[in-house]
Write a protein that binds this ligand. Structure first.
Ligand SMILES: Cc1ncc(COP(=O)(O)O)c(C=O)c1O
Length: 374
C-alpha cells in the first residue's frame, strides 16, 4: 500500500522538499493537553460578546475586500506595544495570519534562493522549515549545554556563514531561556559588520518573561525586527494574528510579498476586540507566570533538571534511561497528560495549564520518578 510520503514523492516536487515531513505537533484527544504552548484559559464571556458584535459589524461589509493595510488594527497594536514606554507608531507595525506568516513574509523579502538564514538551535523549528519553504538555505547555529547562546561561538558562526537573516528567539522555544539585550546587540553588530543582515527577534512569549521586551533596541537599528503574536498572551491561537515592529522601511518592503487582502475583515475585527480587553487578558498572563514558576520549583524539588523559563512552558529532564525522553512522554500520556517531545535529547517540554491541569501533570511525573527510583 502506498503511503502519503510515497504519493507525495511521486509528484514533481521541488528537490528540497523531497522526503521531508510537514510540521505537526500531535493533536490527541486526551484530558490534559499541555503540548503546544497555548493559553489554557478560554476567552472571557464579555470578550466573546464583543467579538460577536465586532464581527457582526464587519459581516455587513463582507461583499467588499478588507482594509488591505489593516490601519485600525496596526494602530491598536502599536498602542499595545507602546504601553511599556517605548513609543511605536502604526507605520512601524505589520500584521499577518500568525507570526508564522510574518516570518514567511520576512524570508520572502530578505531570504530566498542564494540567501542564507541562521538560528541557534534547539529553537523554534518553523524558522528552519519556513526557510526551506522559501528556498532560503538554513544553518543551525550553536547553543551551550545549558541552552543559552554562547555569544562568542554565535559571532564566529555569523562570520563563517555570512547570513542574510538571523533568528534570535527570546524567550526561546522549546527551552524557555530568554536572551539578554547585550547578546542581541553583539549579534546585531557582528552580523552587520559582515554585510547588511536582518536580525529577527522572535518574542512570541515575551509577555511571560521576567525580563522586559527588546523593543527599545529598534531605535536606530533599521535592520532589527521584533516579531510578536496574539496566540499566547492574548489566548487567541485560533485567531491567527501575528505582527512585527521594525523600521517603517521594513514594513514597506514586506508589502512587496504580502498577498492582497491577506488579513480577513473577520480576523481584523476579532483582533481589535481582543485588544480592547488587553488588561483582562494580561491578568491571565500573571496567573500563568505564577503557575509556570510553580512548575519550575515543583519539578526541581522532584529532582528533575529544569531549564530556567521565561515562557509559558518548562523544559525538564534528563531522561537517559531506556527509551529516553520518548518513553517518559508515553508514560505521562498514558496518565492522560499530553506534553511535547521536541526531539531535544533527554528532555520534554510542558506548557503551563490551569492549576488543576498542572496538578494532573505533576501527579504523572511524580509517578514517573517513583517508578524510576524503585
Ligand atoms: C517562538 C515561536 N514563534 C512563533 C510561533 C508561531 O506563532 P503564531 O501562532 O503566531 O503563528 C510560535 C508558536 O508556537 C513560537 O513558539
Amino acid at each position: 500500500m502506498s503511503t502519503a510520503q510515497d504519493r507525495i514523492d511521486a509528484l514533481p516536487l521541488r528537490p528540497e522538499l523531497r522526503g521531508k515531513s510537514p510540521y505537526g505537533a500531535p493533536q490527541l484527544d486526551v484530558p490534559v493537553r499541555l503540548n503546544t504552548n497555548e493559553n489554557p484559559y478560554p476567552l472571557p464571556e464579555p470578550l466573546v460578546a464583543r467579538i460577536a458584535e465586532r464581527v457582526r459589524e464587519a459581516a455587513r461589509d463582507l461583499n467588499r475586500y478588507p482594509d488591505r493595510d489593516a490601519v485600525e488594527l496596526r494602530t491598536a497594536l502599536a498602542a499595545y506595544l507602546s504601553r511599556d514606554g517605548y513609543e511605536v507608531g502604526a507605520g512601524q507595525v505589520w500584521a499577518a495570519n500568525g507570526s508564522n506568516e510574518v516570518i514567511q513574509q520576512l524570508l520572502q523579502v530578505f531570504g530566498g534562493p542564494g540567501r542564507l538564514a541562521i538560528g541557534f538551535e534547539p529553537s523554534y523549528s518553523m524558522h528552519g522549515l519556513i526557510a526551506r519553504g522559501t528556498s532560503t538555505e538554513w544553518v543551525s547555529g550553536p547553543r551551550r549545554a545549558d541552552f543559552t547562546i554562547d555569544t562568542e561561538a554565535a559571532v564566529a558562526a555569523l562570520a563563517t556563514h555570512r547570513p542574510d537573516v538571523v533568528f534570535i528567539t527570546s524567550p526561546n522555544n522549546p527551552t524557555g531561556t530568554a536572551v539578554d539585550r547585550e547578546t542581541v546587540l553583539a549579534l546585531y553588530d557582528a552580523a552587520r559588520a559582515v554585510k547588511p543582515t536582518v536580525v529577527v527577534v522572535d518574542e512570541a512569549y515575551v509577555e511571560f518573561s521576567h525580563a522586559a521586551s527588546l523593543l527599545p533596541l529598534l531605535e536606530d537599528r533599521p535592520l532589527l525586527v521584533i516579531s510578536r503574536t496574539m496566540s499566547k498572551a492574548f489566548g487567541a491561537a485560533g485567531l491567527r494574528l501575528g505582527y512585527l515592529a521594525a523600521d517603517p522601511a521594513v514594513v514597506d518592503a514586506v508589502q512587496l510579498v504580502r498577498l492582497p487582502y491577506h488579513l480577513s475583515a473577520v480576523t481584523q475585527a476579532t483582533a481589535l476586540a481582543a485588544l480592547e480587553h488587553t488588561d483582562t487578558l494580561l491578568g491571565y498572563v500573571e496567573q500563568l507566570k505564577a503557575e509556570r514558576d510553580r512548575l519550575v520549583s515543583e519539578l526541581t524539588a522532584l529532582g528533575f533538571e529544569v531549564t530556567p523559563s521565561d515562557a509559558n512552558f518548562v523544559q525538564f529532564g534528563v531522561f537517559d534511561g531506556p527509551g529516553g525522553a520518548h518513553a517518559a512522554w508515553r508514560y505521562i500520556l498514558d496518565r492522560g497528560v499530553l506534553v511535547r517531545d521536541n526531539g531535544v535529547p533527554g528532555r520534554l517540554r510542558v506548557s503551563t495549564g490551569t492549576p488543576a491541569e498542572n496538578d494532573a501533570f505533576l501527579e504523572a511525573v511524580r509517578g514517573l520518578k517513583k517508578e524510576h527510583s524503585a
